[in-house]
Design a binder for this molecule. Structure first.
Ligand code: NDP
Length: 434
Protein backbone atom coordinates (compact mmCIF):
# COMPACT_ATOMS: atom_id res chain seq x y z
CA UNK A 1 0.00 0.00 0.00
CA UNK A 2 2.91 2.36 0.67
CA UNK A 3 3.85 2.10 -2.97
CA UNK A 4 0.40 3.49 -3.87
CA UNK A 5 0.21 6.18 -1.17
CA UNK A 6 -1.96 8.66 -3.05
CA UNK A 7 -4.26 6.10 -4.71
CA UNK A 8 -7.16 6.19 -2.24
CA UNK A 9 -9.76 4.32 -4.30
CA UNK A 10 -7.27 1.57 -5.10
CA UNK A 11 -6.29 1.30 -1.44
CA UNK A 12 -9.97 1.08 -0.45
CA UNK A 13 -10.54 -1.79 -2.89
CA UNK A 14 -7.41 -3.64 -1.71
CA UNK A 15 -8.31 -3.14 1.96
CA UNK A 16 -11.73 -4.72 1.47
CA UNK A 17 -10.21 -7.78 -0.19
CA UNK A 18 -7.35 -8.21 2.27
CA UNK A 19 -9.66 -8.07 5.29
CA UNK A 20 -11.93 -10.71 3.76
CA UNK A 21 -9.06 -13.04 2.96
CA UNK A 22 -7.71 -13.31 6.51
CA UNK A 23 -9.48 -16.64 7.16
CA UNK A 24 -8.14 -18.07 3.87
CA UNK A 25 -4.53 -17.25 4.76
CA UNK A 26 -5.03 -18.60 8.26
CA UNK A 27 -6.41 -21.90 6.96
CA UNK A 28 -4.07 -22.32 4.01
CA UNK A 29 -0.56 -20.84 4.37
CA UNK A 30 0.46 -21.85 0.82
CA UNK A 31 -0.98 -18.59 -0.59
CA UNK A 32 1.08 -16.49 1.78
CA UNK A 33 4.24 -18.53 1.17
CA UNK A 34 3.88 -18.07 -2.59
CA UNK A 35 3.41 -14.29 -2.22
CA UNK A 36 0.07 -14.44 -4.00
CA UNK A 37 -1.29 -11.27 -2.40
CA UNK A 38 1.85 -9.22 -3.11
CA UNK A 39 1.67 -10.34 -6.73
CA UNK A 40 -2.07 -9.78 -7.05
CA UNK A 41 -1.95 -6.12 -6.00
CA UNK A 42 0.70 -5.28 -8.60
CA UNK A 43 -0.75 -5.08 -12.14
CA UNK A 44 0.97 -7.22 -14.74
CA UNK A 45 1.10 -4.03 -16.85
CA UNK A 46 -0.17 -0.44 -16.69
CA UNK A 47 -0.23 1.55 -19.90
CA UNK A 48 -0.73 5.31 -19.92
CA UNK A 49 -0.82 7.27 -23.15
CA UNK A 50 -1.48 10.62 -24.85
CA UNK A 51 -4.78 11.06 -26.69
CA UNK A 52 -4.65 14.14 -28.95
CA UNK A 53 -7.79 15.21 -30.85
CA UNK A 54 -9.29 18.32 -32.46
CA UNK A 55 -12.53 19.90 -31.18
CA UNK A 56 -15.25 21.50 -33.30
CA UNK A 57 -13.52 24.90 -33.08
CA UNK A 58 -10.35 23.44 -34.56
CA UNK A 59 -8.52 23.58 -31.24
CA UNK A 60 -6.11 20.78 -30.31
CA UNK A 61 -7.08 18.99 -27.09
CA UNK A 62 -5.08 16.39 -25.19
CA UNK A 63 -6.44 13.77 -22.78
CA UNK A 64 -4.77 10.92 -20.95
CA UNK A 65 -5.65 7.31 -21.77
CA UNK A 66 -5.09 4.22 -19.61
CA UNK A 67 -5.25 0.47 -19.79
CA UNK A 68 -4.40 -1.66 -16.80
CA UNK A 69 -3.77 -5.32 -17.60
CA UNK A 70 -4.09 -6.55 -14.06
CA UNK A 71 -4.19 -10.32 -14.07
CA UNK A 72 -4.30 -12.97 -16.80
CA UNK A 73 -4.11 -16.11 -14.63
CA UNK A 74 -7.45 -17.52 -15.82
CA UNK A 75 -7.95 -15.85 -19.21
CA UNK A 76 -7.35 -12.78 -21.38
CA UNK A 77 -7.64 -9.41 -19.63
CA UNK A 78 -11.25 -8.31 -19.66
CA UNK A 79 -12.88 -5.13 -18.37
CA UNK A 80 -14.53 -1.92 -19.48
CA UNK A 81 -13.33 1.50 -20.55
CA UNK A 82 -14.50 4.57 -18.59
CA UNK A 83 -14.62 8.08 -20.06
CA UNK A 84 -15.14 10.54 -17.23
CA UNK A 85 -13.17 13.60 -16.05
CA UNK A 86 -12.51 11.92 -12.67
CA UNK A 87 -10.53 9.07 -14.27
CA UNK A 88 -6.97 8.73 -12.99
CA UNK A 89 -4.54 5.92 -12.18
CA UNK A 90 -6.18 5.18 -8.82
CA UNK A 91 -9.68 4.84 -10.30
CA UNK A 92 -8.49 2.61 -13.14
CA UNK A 93 -6.48 0.43 -10.75
CA UNK A 94 -9.33 -0.01 -8.28
CA UNK A 95 -11.66 -1.00 -11.10
CA UNK A 96 -9.09 -3.35 -12.66
CA UNK A 97 -8.30 -4.96 -9.32
CA UNK A 98 -11.98 -5.62 -8.52
CA UNK A 99 -12.46 -6.96 -12.03
CA UNK A 100 -10.04 -9.85 -11.34
CA UNK A 101 -12.30 -11.31 -8.64
CA UNK A 102 -15.57 -10.45 -10.35
CA UNK A 103 -14.51 -12.14 -13.56
CA UNK A 104 -13.39 -15.20 -11.64
CA UNK A 105 -16.78 -15.37 -9.91
CA UNK A 106 -18.64 -15.50 -13.24
CA UNK A 107 -17.12 -18.95 -13.90
CA UNK A 108 -16.01 -17.72 -17.34
CA UNK A 109 -12.35 -17.88 -18.49
CA UNK A 110 -11.54 -14.16 -18.24
CA UNK A 111 -8.75 -12.27 -16.48
CA UNK A 112 -8.94 -8.75 -15.05
CA UNK A 113 -8.34 -5.44 -16.78
CA UNK A 114 -9.78 -1.94 -17.06
CA UNK A 115 -9.11 1.29 -18.90
CA UNK A 116 -10.39 4.67 -19.88
CA UNK A 117 -9.64 8.34 -20.09
CA UNK A 118 -10.24 11.65 -18.31
CA UNK A 119 -12.15 12.77 -21.43
CA UNK A 120 -15.57 14.23 -20.55
CA UNK A 121 -18.19 13.18 -23.12
CA UNK A 122 -20.76 15.56 -21.65
CA UNK A 123 -21.63 18.41 -24.02
CA UNK A 124 -19.39 17.04 -26.80
CA UNK A 125 -20.74 16.75 -30.33
CA UNK A 126 -20.98 13.39 -32.07
CA UNK A 127 -18.01 14.38 -34.27
CA UNK A 128 -15.89 15.26 -31.25
CA UNK A 129 -16.71 11.94 -29.55
CA UNK A 130 -15.77 10.10 -32.74
CA UNK A 131 -12.46 11.92 -33.20
CA UNK A 132 -11.54 11.36 -29.57
CA UNK A 133 -12.43 7.64 -29.56
CA UNK A 134 -10.56 7.08 -32.83
CA UNK A 135 -7.43 8.69 -31.40
CA UNK A 136 -7.85 6.67 -28.19
CA UNK A 137 -8.12 3.42 -30.15
CA UNK A 138 -5.16 4.28 -32.41
CA UNK A 139 -2.92 3.84 -29.37
CA UNK A 140 -4.94 1.19 -27.49
CA UNK A 141 -5.03 -1.10 -30.55
CA UNK A 142 -1.34 -1.92 -29.98
CA UNK A 143 -2.11 -3.68 -26.72
CA UNK A 144 -5.43 -5.50 -27.22
CA UNK A 145 -6.77 -8.46 -29.20
CA UNK A 146 -9.44 -11.20 -28.97
CA UNK A 147 -7.06 -13.55 -27.10
CA UNK A 148 -5.04 -10.88 -25.28
CA UNK A 149 -7.21 -8.14 -23.85
CA UNK A 150 -10.88 -7.46 -24.60
CA UNK A 151 -12.25 -4.05 -23.50
CA UNK A 152 -15.94 -3.13 -23.19
CA UNK A 153 -18.03 -0.15 -22.00
CA UNK A 154 -18.39 1.51 -18.61
CA UNK A 155 -19.33 5.06 -17.53
CA UNK A 156 -19.39 7.30 -20.60
CA UNK A 157 -18.76 4.41 -22.98
CA UNK A 158 -21.85 2.84 -24.53
CA UNK A 159 -22.86 1.40 -27.90
CA UNK A 160 -21.90 4.53 -29.87
CA UNK A 161 -18.35 4.70 -28.48
CA UNK A 162 -17.79 0.94 -28.84
CA UNK A 163 -18.92 1.21 -32.47
CA UNK A 164 -16.44 4.00 -33.28
CA UNK A 165 -13.64 2.13 -31.50
CA UNK A 166 -14.39 -1.12 -33.28
CA UNK A 167 -14.36 0.70 -36.65
CA UNK A 168 -11.00 2.28 -35.89
CA UNK A 169 -9.48 -1.00 -34.64
CA UNK A 170 -10.59 -2.74 -37.83
CA UNK A 171 -9.14 0.04 -39.97
CA UNK A 172 -5.76 -0.17 -38.23
CA UNK A 173 -5.46 -3.94 -37.93
CA UNK A 174 -7.40 -5.15 -40.96
CA UNK A 175 -9.62 -8.24 -40.93
CA UNK A 176 -12.71 -8.60 -38.80
CA UNK A 177 -11.67 -9.58 -35.28
CA UNK A 178 -15.16 -9.47 -33.76
CA UNK A 179 -13.95 -10.66 -30.36
CA UNK A 180 -11.65 -7.69 -29.69
CA UNK A 181 -14.38 -5.63 -28.00
CA UNK A 182 -17.67 -6.53 -26.34
CA UNK A 183 -20.82 -4.48 -26.05
CA UNK A 184 -20.89 -4.20 -29.85
CA UNK A 185 -24.09 -3.54 -31.80
CA UNK A 186 -25.93 -6.73 -32.79
CA UNK A 187 -25.44 -5.83 -36.47
CA UNK A 188 -21.70 -6.42 -36.23
CA UNK A 189 -21.13 -9.17 -33.68
CA UNK A 190 -22.75 -7.92 -30.48
CA UNK A 191 -24.74 -10.18 -28.21
CA UNK A 192 -28.42 -9.79 -27.57
CA UNK A 193 -29.08 -8.95 -23.90
CA UNK A 194 -25.62 -7.43 -23.36
CA UNK A 195 -27.01 -3.89 -22.82
CA UNK A 196 -29.47 -5.31 -20.29
CA UNK A 197 -27.06 -7.70 -18.59
CA UNK A 198 -25.56 -5.67 -15.72
CA UNK A 199 -28.86 -4.16 -14.57
CA UNK A 200 -30.82 -7.38 -15.01
CA UNK A 201 -28.05 -9.37 -13.31
CA UNK A 202 -28.07 -7.08 -10.27
CA UNK A 203 -31.82 -7.51 -9.91
CA UNK A 204 -31.51 -11.31 -10.30
CA UNK A 205 -28.84 -11.36 -7.60
CA UNK A 206 -30.99 -9.35 -5.17
CA UNK A 207 -33.89 -11.68 -5.99
CA UNK A 208 -31.78 -14.58 -4.67
CA UNK A 209 -30.95 -12.63 -1.50
CA UNK A 210 -34.60 -11.74 -0.91
CA UNK A 211 -35.80 -15.28 -1.56
CA UNK A 212 -33.40 -16.68 1.02
CA UNK A 213 -35.27 -14.68 3.65
CA UNK A 214 -38.75 -15.38 2.30
CA UNK A 215 -38.99 -11.86 0.82
CA UNK A 216 -39.67 -10.69 -2.74
CA UNK A 217 -39.83 -7.62 -4.98
CA UNK A 218 -43.61 -7.85 -5.18
CA UNK A 219 -45.09 -4.65 -3.73
CA UNK A 220 -41.69 -3.31 -2.60
CA UNK A 221 -40.41 0.25 -3.08
CA UNK A 222 -37.09 0.56 -4.88
CA UNK A 223 -34.68 3.49 -5.27
CA UNK A 224 -32.07 3.32 -8.05
CA UNK A 225 -29.26 5.84 -8.39
CA UNK A 226 -27.96 6.80 -11.82
CA UNK A 227 -29.87 6.80 -15.09
CA UNK A 228 -27.30 5.22 -17.36
CA UNK A 229 -26.93 1.74 -18.79
CA UNK A 230 -26.96 -0.17 -15.49
CA UNK A 231 -29.68 1.92 -13.82
CA UNK A 232 -32.12 1.80 -16.75
CA UNK A 233 -32.15 -1.98 -17.02
CA UNK A 234 -32.14 -2.47 -13.25
CA UNK A 235 -35.30 -0.36 -13.10
CA UNK A 236 -36.87 -2.25 -15.97
CA UNK A 237 -36.25 -5.67 -14.42
CA UNK A 238 -37.26 -4.60 -10.88
CA UNK A 239 -40.58 -3.42 -12.31
CA UNK A 240 -41.04 -6.74 -14.10
CA UNK A 241 -40.59 -8.46 -10.74
CA UNK A 242 -43.46 -6.37 -9.32
CA UNK A 243 -41.53 -3.61 -7.55
CA UNK A 244 -42.34 0.10 -7.69
CA UNK A 245 -39.25 2.14 -8.58
CA UNK A 246 -39.80 5.65 -7.23
CA UNK A 247 -36.52 7.47 -7.89
CA UNK A 248 -33.41 7.67 -10.06
CA UNK A 249 -30.71 10.30 -10.64
CA UNK A 250 -27.85 11.69 -12.67
CA UNK A 251 -24.78 13.54 -11.45
CA UNK A 252 -26.78 16.78 -10.99
CA UNK A 253 -29.82 15.60 -9.05
CA UNK A 254 -32.63 13.08 -8.68
CA UNK A 255 -36.26 12.67 -9.65
CA UNK A 256 -38.93 11.29 -7.35
CA UNK A 257 -42.07 9.90 -8.96
CA UNK A 258 -44.52 8.56 -6.35
CA UNK A 259 -46.54 6.88 -9.13
CA UNK A 260 -43.48 4.91 -10.28
CA UNK A 261 -40.68 5.96 -12.66
CA UNK A 262 -41.58 5.57 -16.36
CA UNK A 263 -38.43 3.85 -17.56
CA UNK A 264 -39.18 4.50 -21.25
CA UNK A 265 -39.04 8.25 -20.61
CA UNK A 266 -35.69 7.94 -18.80
CA UNK A 267 -34.37 5.81 -21.65
CA UNK A 268 -35.50 8.32 -24.29
CA UNK A 269 -34.06 11.29 -22.39
CA UNK A 270 -30.73 9.77 -21.37
CA UNK A 271 -29.91 7.13 -23.99
CA UNK A 272 -31.41 8.66 -27.12
CA UNK A 273 -31.51 12.44 -26.62
CA UNK A 274 -28.61 12.65 -24.11
CA UNK A 275 -30.49 15.17 -21.94
CA UNK A 276 -30.54 15.67 -18.17
CA UNK A 277 -32.76 13.71 -15.78
CA UNK A 278 -34.34 17.01 -14.61
CA UNK A 279 -36.25 17.10 -17.94
CA UNK A 280 -38.30 14.07 -16.81
CA UNK A 281 -40.71 16.35 -14.92
CA UNK A 282 -41.67 18.09 -18.19
CA UNK A 283 -43.27 14.80 -19.27
CA UNK A 284 -44.52 13.63 -15.88
CA UNK A 285 -45.70 16.56 -13.76
CA UNK A 286 -46.57 14.22 -10.90
CA UNK A 287 -42.80 13.82 -10.37
CA UNK A 288 -40.45 16.27 -8.66
CA UNK A 289 -36.81 17.10 -9.40
CA UNK A 290 -34.30 17.71 -6.61
CA UNK A 291 -30.87 19.22 -7.09
CA UNK A 292 -27.98 17.15 -5.59
CA UNK A 293 -27.70 13.47 -6.43
CA UNK A 294 -26.57 12.18 -3.02
CA UNK A 295 -29.87 13.13 -1.35
CA UNK A 296 -31.58 10.33 -3.26
CA UNK A 297 -30.83 8.04 -0.30
CA UNK A 298 -33.16 10.06 1.96
CA UNK A 299 -36.15 8.58 0.12
CA UNK A 300 -37.61 5.69 2.16
CA UNK A 301 -37.33 2.37 0.32
CA UNK A 302 -37.23 -1.39 0.86
CA UNK A 303 -34.50 -2.01 -1.70
CA UNK A 304 -31.70 0.36 -2.75
CA UNK A 305 -29.79 -0.25 -5.97
CA UNK A 306 -26.81 2.14 -6.28
CA UNK A 307 -26.04 2.10 -10.02
CA UNK A 308 -24.12 5.35 -10.60
CA UNK A 309 -20.55 5.50 -9.30
CA UNK A 310 -18.03 4.74 -6.52
CA UNK A 311 -18.56 5.90 -2.90
CA UNK A 312 -22.05 7.26 -3.53
CA UNK A 313 -23.36 5.68 -0.28
CA UNK A 314 -21.35 6.97 2.67
CA UNK A 315 -21.89 6.37 6.37
CA UNK A 316 -24.57 9.07 6.68
CA UNK A 317 -26.49 7.77 3.66
CA UNK A 318 -26.30 4.23 5.09
CA UNK A 319 -27.65 5.44 8.45
CA UNK A 320 -30.55 7.20 6.74
CA UNK A 321 -31.39 4.16 4.60
CA UNK A 322 -31.37 1.90 7.67
CA UNK A 323 -33.50 4.23 9.77
CA UNK A 324 -35.98 4.36 6.87
CA UNK A 325 -36.24 0.56 6.97
CA UNK A 326 -34.17 -0.60 3.97
CA UNK A 327 -34.07 -4.41 3.72
CA UNK A 328 -31.65 -5.03 0.85
CA UNK A 329 -28.84 -3.29 -1.04
CA UNK A 330 -27.71 -4.49 -4.47
CA UNK A 331 -24.57 -2.79 -5.78
CA UNK A 332 -25.02 -2.27 -9.53
CA UNK A 333 -22.17 0.26 -9.66
CA UNK A 334 -18.57 -0.56 -8.75
CA UNK A 335 -17.70 0.12 -5.09
CA UNK A 336 -20.71 2.44 -4.53
CA UNK A 337 -20.63 1.96 -0.73
CA UNK A 338 -17.79 3.16 1.49
CA UNK A 339 -16.19 0.58 3.80
CA UNK A 340 -17.87 2.01 6.93
CA UNK A 341 -21.25 2.04 5.16
CA UNK A 342 -20.83 -1.67 4.29
CA UNK A 343 -19.95 -2.51 7.91
CA UNK A 344 -23.04 -0.67 9.10
CA UNK A 345 -25.34 -2.51 6.67
CA UNK A 346 -23.90 -5.88 7.72
CA UNK A 347 -24.15 -5.07 11.43
CA UNK A 348 -27.76 -3.94 10.99
CA UNK A 349 -28.66 -7.23 9.26
CA UNK A 350 -29.46 -5.55 5.92
CA UNK A 351 -29.10 -8.00 3.01
CA UNK A 352 -26.03 -6.76 1.15
CA UNK A 353 -25.06 -7.77 -2.40
CA UNK A 354 -21.51 -6.50 -3.06
CA UNK A 355 -20.59 -5.16 -6.49
CA UNK A 356 -18.15 -7.92 -7.42
CA UNK A 357 -20.97 -10.42 -7.21
CA UNK A 358 -24.09 -8.36 -7.86
CA UNK A 359 -22.93 -6.53 -10.99
CA UNK A 360 -20.96 -9.39 -12.55
CA UNK A 361 -23.77 -10.06 -15.05
CA UNK A 362 -22.43 -7.53 -17.54
CA UNK A 363 -19.00 -9.02 -17.86
CA UNK A 364 -20.46 -12.53 -17.78
CA UNK A 365 -22.54 -11.76 -20.87
CA UNK A 366 -19.49 -10.09 -22.41
CA UNK A 367 -17.77 -13.47 -22.06
CA UNK A 368 -20.82 -15.04 -23.74
CA UNK A 369 -20.42 -12.46 -26.53
CA UNK A 370 -16.79 -13.60 -26.94
CA UNK A 371 -17.96 -17.23 -27.10
CA UNK A 372 -20.53 -16.37 -29.79
CA UNK A 373 -17.90 -14.44 -31.78
CA UNK A 374 -15.40 -17.34 -31.61
CA UNK A 375 -17.98 -19.90 -32.71
CA UNK A 376 -19.63 -17.56 -35.26
CA UNK A 377 -23.02 -17.99 -33.66
CA UNK A 378 -25.69 -15.61 -32.36
CA UNK A 379 -27.87 -16.81 -29.54
CA UNK A 380 -31.43 -15.58 -28.93
CA UNK A 381 -32.26 -13.02 -26.26
CA UNK A 382 -34.02 -15.70 -24.21
CA UNK A 383 -31.01 -18.02 -24.39
CA UNK A 384 -28.57 -15.35 -23.22
CA UNK A 385 -30.95 -14.10 -20.52
CA UNK A 386 -31.43 -17.66 -19.20
CA UNK A 387 -27.65 -18.18 -19.05
CA UNK A 388 -27.28 -14.82 -17.26
CA UNK A 389 -29.90 -15.81 -14.71
CA UNK A 390 -28.09 -19.13 -14.07
CA UNK A 391 -24.74 -17.39 -13.71
CA UNK A 392 -26.13 -14.92 -11.15
CA UNK A 393 -27.69 -17.78 -9.18
CA UNK A 394 -24.36 -19.63 -9.18
CA UNK A 395 -22.45 -16.54 -8.06
CA UNK A 396 -24.89 -16.13 -5.19
CA UNK A 397 -24.61 -19.79 -4.16
CA UNK A 398 -20.82 -19.97 -4.45
CA UNK A 399 -20.44 -16.79 -2.42
CA UNK A 400 -22.80 -18.08 0.27
CA UNK A 401 -20.91 -21.41 0.42
CA UNK A 402 -17.52 -19.72 0.72
CA UNK A 403 -18.81 -17.40 3.46
CA UNK A 404 -20.13 -20.40 5.37
CA UNK A 405 -16.96 -22.46 4.87
CA UNK A 406 -14.71 -19.69 6.18
CA UNK A 407 -16.78 -18.84 9.23
CA UNK A 408 -18.78 -15.80 8.06
CA UNK A 409 -22.22 -17.23 7.23
CA UNK A 410 -24.47 -14.95 5.14
CA UNK A 411 -21.70 -12.39 4.65
CA UNK A 412 -21.64 -12.05 0.86
CA UNK A 413 -18.78 -9.52 0.94
CA UNK A 414 -16.45 -12.07 2.48
CA UNK A 415 -17.95 -14.94 0.49
CA UNK A 416 -17.62 -13.26 -2.92
CA UNK A 417 -14.07 -12.11 -2.23
CA UNK A 418 -12.95 -15.58 -1.12
CA UNK A 419 -14.70 -17.46 -3.92
CA UNK A 420 -13.28 -15.06 -6.52
CA UNK A 421 -9.80 -15.14 -5.01
CA UNK A 422 -9.31 -18.90 -4.68
CA UNK A 423 -9.71 -19.70 -8.35
CA UNK A 424 -7.27 -17.00 -9.45
CA UNK A 425 -4.79 -17.83 -6.66
CA UNK A 426 -4.80 -21.54 -7.53
CA UNK A 427 -4.27 -20.76 -11.21
CA UNK A 428 -1.33 -18.51 -10.29
CA UNK A 429 0.17 -21.24 -8.11
CA UNK A 430 -0.13 -23.73 -10.97
CA UNK A 431 1.63 -21.37 -13.38
CA UNK A 432 4.72 -20.72 -11.22
CA UNK A 433 6.24 -17.36 -10.33
CA UNK A 434 4.39 -15.11 -12.79
P1 NDP B 1 -23.36 5.26 -17.70
O1 NDP B 1 -22.35 6.24 -18.17
O2 NDP B 1 -24.28 4.64 -18.68
O3 NDP B 1 -24.25 5.92 -16.55
C1 NDP B 1 -23.67 6.44 -15.39
C2 NDP B 1 -24.75 7.07 -14.56
O4 NDP B 1 -24.22 7.45 -13.29
C3 NDP B 1 -25.27 8.37 -15.17
O5 NDP B 1 -26.60 8.58 -14.78
C4 NDP B 1 -24.35 9.42 -14.56
O6 NDP B 1 -24.90 10.72 -14.54
C5 NDP B 1 -24.18 8.88 -13.16
N1 NDP B 1 -22.87 9.29 -12.64
C6 NDP B 1 -21.67 9.11 -13.21
N2 NDP B 1 -20.69 9.65 -12.46
C7 NDP B 1 -21.30 10.16 -11.39
C8 NDP B 1 -20.84 10.83 -10.25
N3 NDP B 1 -19.52 11.10 -10.06
N4 NDP B 1 -21.76 11.20 -9.33
C9 NDP B 1 -23.08 10.93 -9.51
N5 NDP B 1 -23.57 10.30 -10.58
C10 NDP B 1 -22.70 9.91 -11.50
O7 NDP B 1 -22.51 4.15 -16.92
P2 NDP B 1 -22.95 2.66 -16.51
O8 NDP B 1 -24.40 2.64 -16.21
O9 NDP B 1 -22.38 1.75 -17.52
O10 NDP B 1 -22.11 2.46 -15.18
C11 NDP B 1 -22.62 2.77 -13.88
C12 NDP B 1 -21.82 2.03 -12.83
O11 NDP B 1 -21.94 0.62 -13.05
C13 NDP B 1 -20.32 2.32 -12.79
O12 NDP B 1 -19.86 2.23 -11.47
C14 NDP B 1 -19.76 1.17 -13.62
O13 NDP B 1 -18.39 0.93 -13.30
C15 NDP B 1 -20.65 0.03 -13.14
N6 NDP B 1 -20.69 -1.14 -14.01
C16 NDP B 1 -21.09 -1.01 -15.32
C17 NDP B 1 -21.16 -2.14 -16.11
C18 NDP B 1 -21.71 -2.10 -17.49
O14 NDP B 1 -21.92 -3.17 -18.07
N7 NDP B 1 -21.99 -0.94 -18.06
C19 NDP B 1 -20.72 -3.46 -15.62
C20 NDP B 1 -20.41 -3.48 -14.20
C21 NDP B 1 -20.37 -2.34 -13.46
P3 NDP B 1 -24.55 11.78 -15.70
O15 NDP B 1 -25.45 11.44 -16.84
O16 NDP B 1 -24.85 13.10 -15.08
O17 NDP B 1 -23.11 11.61 -16.01
Amino acid sequence: LERNGHQYEFQQAVKEIVESLTPVFAKDPKYMEAGILERLVEPERLISFRVPWVDDQGKVRVNRGYRVQFNSAIGPYKGGLRFHPSVNESIIKFLGFEQIFKNSLTGQPIGGGKGGSDFDPKGKSDGEVMRFTQSFMTELSKYIGPDTDVPAGDIGVGGREIGYMFGQYKKIRGGFEAGVLTGKGVLYGGSLARPEATGYGTVYFVHEMLQSKGLSYEGSTVVVSGSGNVAIYAMQKAKQFGAKVVACSDSNGYIYDPTGIKVETVQQLKEVERRRISDYVQFHPEATYHEGCSNIWTIPCDIALPCATQNEIDLDAAKTLISNGVKAIGEGANMPSTLDAIDLFLDAGVLFGPAKAANAGGVAVSALEMAQNSSRQSWSFEEVDAKLHDIMRNIYQNSMLAAEEYGHPNNLVVGANIAGFKKVADAMLAQGLI
